[in-house]
Design a protein around this ligand. Structure first.
Ligand code: GUN
Length: 288
């Protein structure tokens, strides 16, 4: 079973467009990009386009790499105070001279559609309602297509980043899995994989996870988006995941492809968080 993230994301976007129309919402998303990291530019463009397509007004603030932390914080404050903005996304990574944590902490938690603010991180850890980071949220949707009730399963998360690995582990724990987090200091990753009924890889190493490591019948969610040179074409590149897809697919019960797996789900969940935020702000303002 190939878990089709592109199709699932499309469905989710259609539902969101319907909700916006039916409920007469006017959601607004502000995207902030500092500097000219090429991958970030692509992500930001895709996020803005997807937002517009479902009926979310999106504004992208492109700031030069030399922007001071003070100026960036001032922009965040003005977005916090802008009633037309329901979601604020500061694209990471930020240039080295800016303290990422200080910027994330400055975002109003009720507009933190990335779910990166310490308040939302804490809520997720406590199992309280709050914004859930988009990539792990998208992974859970795809996982549940293959395994509607993951309760009691052994889940392995590869990678311990704040953006994916840690929140992913929290969500799997909330879904009653027995959760292991493996990382660069883990002694025997292959051995950990062999026990995993659910494997979520978010390490950013092309084809690191070998087919032979996969437990027969496991569900494999591949978060990696790695650009590699094509073997047969000069200068051309293609995207591959963290998992050796062809070989892993022979053992897995279900697996996400790259591209067309987790990637489109991340953006769809960002839009979902923004629509939820617009609803919540309206309730707070008008009581409806
Ligand atoms: N950089 C890589 N992934 C993300 C993401 O989901 N949100 C933000 N803001 N930056 C990122």
């Amino acid at each position: 079973m190939i878990l089709d993230g592109a199709a699932t994301a499309k469905e989710l976007r259609q539902q969101l467009a319907e909700t916006i129309q039916k409920q007469g919402l006017a959601p607004g998303l502000a995207v902030v990009l500092v500097g000219d990291d090429p991958a970030s530019q692509v992500y930001v463009r895709n996020k803005a386009r997807a937002a517009e397509e479902v009926g979310i007004a999106s504004r992208t603030h492109r700031l030069p790499a030399a922007t001071s932390q003070e100026d960036l914080l001032a922009l965040v404050t003005s977005l916090n105070n802008d009633a037309a903005v329901h979601g604020i996304l500061v694209q990471l990574p930020l240039p080295r001279h800016i303290d990422e944590q200080a910027v994330v902490a400055a975002i109003d938690p009720s507009k933190d559609v990335d779910g990166f603010h310490p308040v939302n991180v804490g809520k997720l850890s406590l199992g309280l309602p709050g914004f859930v980071p988009c990539t792990p949220q998208g992974c859970m949707i795809l996982l549940k297509q293959a395994l509607p009730d993951p309760s009691g399963k052994r889940a392995l998360v590869l990678g311990r980043s704040n953006i994916v690995g840690k929140p992913m582990a929290a969500l799997l724990l909330q879904a009653h899995c027995t959760v292991t987090v493996a990382h660069s200091r883990t002694q025997d990753v292959a051995e950990e994989c062999a026990r995993a009924d659910i494997l979520v890889s978010a390490i950013g190493k092309p084809a690191f996870v070998k087919g032979a490591w996969i437990k027969e019948g496991a569900v494999v969610i591949d978060v990696g988006i790695n650009r590699v040179a094509m073997t047969d074409a000069e200068g051309k590149t293609r995207l591959v995941g963290d998992v050796d897809f062809e070989k892993a697919a022979l053992r897995a019960r279900a697996i996400t492809p790259v591209p067309g797996g987790v990637g489109p789900m991340t953006i769809a969940c960002l839009l979902k968080n923004t629509v939820e935020s617009a609803k919540a702000h309206r309730v707070r303002r008008d009581g409806i």
